[in-house]
Design a binder for this molecule. Structure first.
Ligand code: SDX
Length: 436
């Protein structure tokens, strides 16, 4: 970051001395006011719950232009990556800063492929869960449990440990998500197969059985790989900020990523794809497209607490570019599977059309986000609804690790420790219980 040729001056109407604060500029995006010395200079904190106006770090990984609806991974537009690259190339880009050449791609793919198995003891963790446990509950447990197996690579301050942990997590997430699914349907776990692609391997671990192997369908394999690319990273979203804050204590990468899995589960964040599909199925059950108007009235009624899941975004105030690509993937998969008349897809497109013409949504700049179509395409592929967020976590793991490693690699980083505006009881004495 570079020092701007202008500064911010904070003045107070009560005569307190004004303070000057430096302004820094990135390569693109808003400038930042450096308030690190504000408390020391004024005895005051800034107040920004939800971090609407706060840059928590500097980063070189992902940039979103919310007004234009643009998303760049290390400068490359998501549309170009989703069209010209595969997920492992995107992982290499996010982790190391550039797309791999042919030789680097072979090496990186081989490193990931050779870490896809998990320790045989992991299956005993699963046995502790009820068969109907939510896959995200299982994943939160399993990912954290990985740190129990890799004492040789849990020192985040060791660059080699950070690199091997990244490879292990990227490689093992598909295996763990597939194990969580197999456990829920009472089928035996399927081991990874090293001659398959990353996405093909995942699909086979999900749907093969000892009695019948799974033949990877190329359209579905490509769609799965693109879904991974679209979910790989997204600046300082809630789960990435969780991973950074958790990792800032120096905890091991597996524990920090487990915290990200837990945060992603929320319906306002990664859980929205599951919530969106359930919302579409509810409307379908009520009568489908004919009931959209009634549903939208509920959404616009603040007291209903009903939101149009898969719509809206803290940063995008225009169409989420991932939603466009996801809709395209939806079209491709549904057509390839002869499901182009899928009622939920038609319902989703009708909902989108009505919302984008409705003043409530236009005024608030609410557009479809990545979660609006992802559920439909995953459902068409055969992924159960409860597993949608697990797939999001699988894909976002590379972004979480890249962001964690960037933070730990920054000599300026400190443990995160926000302050507060205290509005509770001031000091008071404990009274004997007889007098309370
Ligand atoms: C992801 O941060 C990321 O980058 C996240 C993510 C990633 O890749 O990591 O992109 C992934 O989490 C995508 C978002 C998935 N969540 C959903 O689809 C759930 C539905 N969306 C909303 O909950 C909401 O839009 C958020 C949480 C996504 C954003 O919320 P904000 O930025 O805090 O905005 P807000 O709630 O203050 O909304 C502004 C206004 C409010 O109305 P008013 O108070 O101004 O009258 O818009 C309304 C909200 O009530 N609003 C919605 C709405 N989203 C916002 N009204 C109806 N339906 C919605 N979906």
């Amino acid at each position: 970051m570079k020092l701007a040729d202008y500064k911010a001056t904070l003045s107070f109407s009560n005569g307190s001395p004004a303070v000057d604060m430096p302004i820094y500029q990135g390569n693109i995006g808003p400038d930042v006011i450096d308030i690190r010395k504000l408390y020391a200079q004024t005895g005051k904190f800034t107040y920004d719950p939800g971090f609407l106006s706060t840059a928590a770090c500097q980063s070189t990984i992902t940039y979103i232009d919310g007004d234009k609806g643009e998303l760049l991974y290390r400068g490359y537009p998501i549309e170009q990556l989703a069209t010209n690259c595969d997920f492992l190339e995107t992982c290499h880009l996010l982790l190391y800063g550039d797309l791999p050449n042919a030789a680097q791609k072979v090496d990186f793919t081989s490193r990931v492929t050779n870490h896809t198995m998990v320790n045989e003891q992991m299956q005993f963790f699963l046995r502790g869960f009820r068969r109907d446990a939510h896959p995200m509950a299982i994943m939160t447990g399993l990912v954290g449990a990985l740190s129990a197996f890799y004492h040789d690579s849990t020192d985040v301050h060791n660059a080699e440990h950070r690199d091997i942990s990244a490879i292990r997590l990227i490689a093992k997430m598909p295996t763990l998500v597939a194990m969580a699914y197999k456990y829920s349907v009472g089928q035996p776990f399927i081991y990874p197969k090293n001659d398959l692609s990353y996405a093909g391997n995942f699909m086979r671990m999900m749907f093969a059985t000892p009695c019948e192997d799974y033949k990877v369908n190329e359209v579905i394999e490509r769609a799965m790989d693109r879904i991974f690319i679209l979910h790989a990273d997204h600046e300082q979203n809630a789960s990435t900020s969780t991973v950074r804050l958790c990792g800032s204590s120096g905890t091991n990468p597996f524990a920090a990523i487990a915290a990200g899995v837990a945060c992603l589960w929320g319906p306002a964040h990664g859980g929205a794809n599951e919530a969106c599909l359930e919302m579409l199925e509810d409307i379908q059950r009520m009568g489908g497209v004919s009931k959209v108007g009634e549903f939208m009235e509920k959404v616009k009624d603040k007291n209903s607490g009903v939101k149009l899941m898969g719509f809206g975004h803290r940063v995008y105030k225009n169409y989420d570019p991932r939603a466009k690509l996801m809709q395209e993937t939806c079209n491709e998969v549904l057509t390839a599977l002869g499901l182009e008349n899928d009622p939920l897809f038609k319902l989703a497109k009708e909902l989108e059309k009505i919302a984008l013409e409705d003043d409530y949504f236009v005024q608030r700049k609410l557009y479809p986000n990545v979660d609006f179509y992802s559920g439909i395409v995953q459902r068409a592929i055969g992924i159960p609804v409860k597993l949608f967020t697990g797939i999001f976590a699988l894909a976002r793991t590379v972004g979480w690790i890249a962001q964690l490693n960037e933070m730990i690699g920054d000599p300026e980083y400190k443990i995160g420790r926000p302050r507060q505006l205290f509005t509770g009881s001031v000091k008071r004495d404990v009274m004997p219980i007889a007098k309370r």
